[in-house]
Write a protein that binds this ligand. Structure first.
Ligand code: XMP
Length: 509
């Protein structure tokens, strides 16, 4: 594969995605991956991503020095270019003004393989503060732009290339072509990779890793864990796979049945544990959001561990960890601040002795969806909105009780129905209702009411890291509001959340 070292650019994911879309398998790893781990991945070429820092900063992110001696082709992008320039003895300066936006790239050396079949002049996207001032020895300029005399440089004999611009972003018109040229002509990669070959490869890896032992797979009904379960099911004989679904009593209306039906359809045996009582007890009197999350996380592991104890020879725990989870928990800036304690990643207690099976660690949500289709999961399941591990508990402001859960379940179900019937379900990334701890006065018929408020939250997002509130037509909102107030006893007001993330978050707790 091609290995991308991530120095923290917001575009790093795009490099991998563009290459994979061109059929070249690409993995992203944090910039400080050790040389042993890098070698173990057997890369054919390395890409150094952009990043927000300056190579001269005292705590500048530096890769393992060993990468320079591997003899592999290297492509540096933006910050990656600065690293290459500095390492090979050139110099980098802080530009007096940051250069953002479109620039015209002019190719100075058409014979460079990186520009094979690329138009001589094309639009590229710049976004940088520092730039190379003096070329390192052995390098020549292969591309220029009006403001960047060193827009693209190369050491052809060492197969090292560096771009000041970002080829991975959509606005760099020929960018994908250049990345593909790097992979194909410089690294010798074939472009035969697709989700089908990824599935096959991962299934073979799972077999090799697990051997004759058993795997416990936690299932939530969401896309990620279902895809993991489907892969394990392909990879292992039935007796080696134990899929466990914990009904914590915090699920949406009919959700437990839907999950069970889906696993029946996939012909994967599923153990459902009814732990509603235990969870409600653990949540009694708890109102603080973080305490709720902690109480649920702990209970979850406890229930899970008890189940594992009933089976012999369970050595592995399978999880649907995605690349976004990995990069957030090993954030390039070191341990990142806890905004919320996500309990499916990083929340495993030390005493757990399982080894992890995480076949989705290198890919992104939209790729998981493609993979799911490849594995034959039903479409309606692939398109499901994300649902958080702590469930409805973090959508009830204040103490969780049965009445609050009823109001949430009913209002959520109505909203989902309305979204599906108007065709908006697939247009928003996630939609749900929140029960506010607010009562207000209303009038129904001739009577005064003093009832609860439900908030409708709908967001557009790519990966959940950032989000904007969905611009839903008012008549769709009106339909949702009317039905919720008319059909649910105990709710007399519906409001719409118009905040984006950041500074708000998607969930309310
Ligand atoms: P926030 O509220 O942090 O949510 O903006 C971002 C996305 O993550 C989901 N979420 C969770 N998912 N366990 C999960 O599996 C959790 O503890 C958790 N908390 C939030 C949330 O629904 C949104 O899609």
């Amino acid at each position: 594969p091609i290995l991308v070292l991530d120095f923290g650019s917001q575009y790093t994911q795009l490099i991998a995605r563009k290459l994979r879309e061109s059929g070249v398998y690409t993995e992203v790893v944090p910039y400080r991956e050790s040389i042993e781990d890098i070698k173990a991945r057997k890369p054919q070429g390395i890409i150094l991503s952009g990043g927000p820092a300056s190579v001269y900063a005292e705590d500048a992110y530096k890769p393992d020095e060993g990468i320079w001696d591997l003899g592999l082709p290297i492509l540096g992008i933006c910050y990656g270019m600065q690293l290459i320039t500095q390492h090979f003895g050139g110099s980098v300066i802080a530009a007096d003004h940051h250069e953002y936006g479109k620039a015209k790239l002019h190719i100075e050396n058409e014979n460079s393989p990186i520009f094979k079949d690329v138009a001589q002049d094309s639009i590229v996207w710049m976004s940088h503060g520092d730039r190379a001032e003096r070329l390192p020895e052995g390098f020549e300029v292969v591309g220029t732009s009006e403001n960047s005399p060193y827009a693209a440089i190369a050491n052809e004999s060492k197969h090292i290339y560096a771009f000041q611009f970002h080829p991975e972003v959509h606005h760099s018109v020929e960018g994908t072509h250049m990345l593909k040229n790097f992979a194909k002509y410089i690294c010798g990669c074939e472009s035969t990779w697709n989700m089908g070959s990824f599935a096959k490869e991962k299934i073979a890896q799972i077999r090799a890793q697990v051997g004759e032992k058993k795997v416990l797979c936690g299932v939530s009904g969401g896309v990620d864990s279902s895809v993991v379960a489907a892969m394990l099911h392909e990879a292992l004989p039935k007796e080696q796979l134990i899929c466990v679904f914990v009904d914590q009593g915090l699920l949406r209306k009919d959700e437990a049945e839907q999950v069970q039906d889906m696993f029946k359809l996939l012909d994967i045996p599923l153990i459902t544990i009814d732990a509603k009582k235990e969870f409600m007890e653990a949540l009694a009197g708890v109102t603080d959001p973080e305490q709720k999350r902690k109480a649920i996380g702990e209970k979850f592991i406890e229930v899970f561990d008890k189940e594992a104890g009933k089976h012999t020879d369970v050595s592995f725990l399978a999880q649907g960890t995605l690349y976004t989870d990995v990069i957030e928990s090993v954030s390039v800036k070191g341990p990142s601040k806890t905004i919320k304690s996500h309990h499916n990643v990083g929340g495993l207690p030390d005493w757990m002795t399982f080894e992890l099976v995480e076949p989705l660690r290198e890919i992104f949500k939209d790729e998981v969806r493609k993979l799911g289709l490849e594995l034959g999961l039903p479409k309606h399941m692939i398109g499901r909105h994300p649902f958080p591990g702590p469930g409805l508990a973090i959508r009830v402001m204040g103490e969780v009780n049965e009445e609050a859960l009823r109001l949430l379940r009913e209002s959520d179900a109505i909203m989902q129905e309305e979204l599906r019937s108007t065709g908006y379900y697939d247009k928003v990334w996630q939609a749900f209702t929140v029960l506010l701890n607010v009562q207000s006065v209303g009038v129904m018929g001739d009577n005064r009411t003093y009832d609860n408020t439900v908030c409708v939250r709908m967001v557009e997002s790519v990966d959940g890291m950032t989000a904007t509130f969905a611009h839903i037509p008012h008549d769709v909102l009106e339909g949702i509001s009317r039905r919720i107030i008319n059909e649910i006893d105990g709710i007399n007001r519906v409001v719409y959340d118009i905040s984006s993330k950041p500074p708000a978050t998607i969930e309310w707790e």
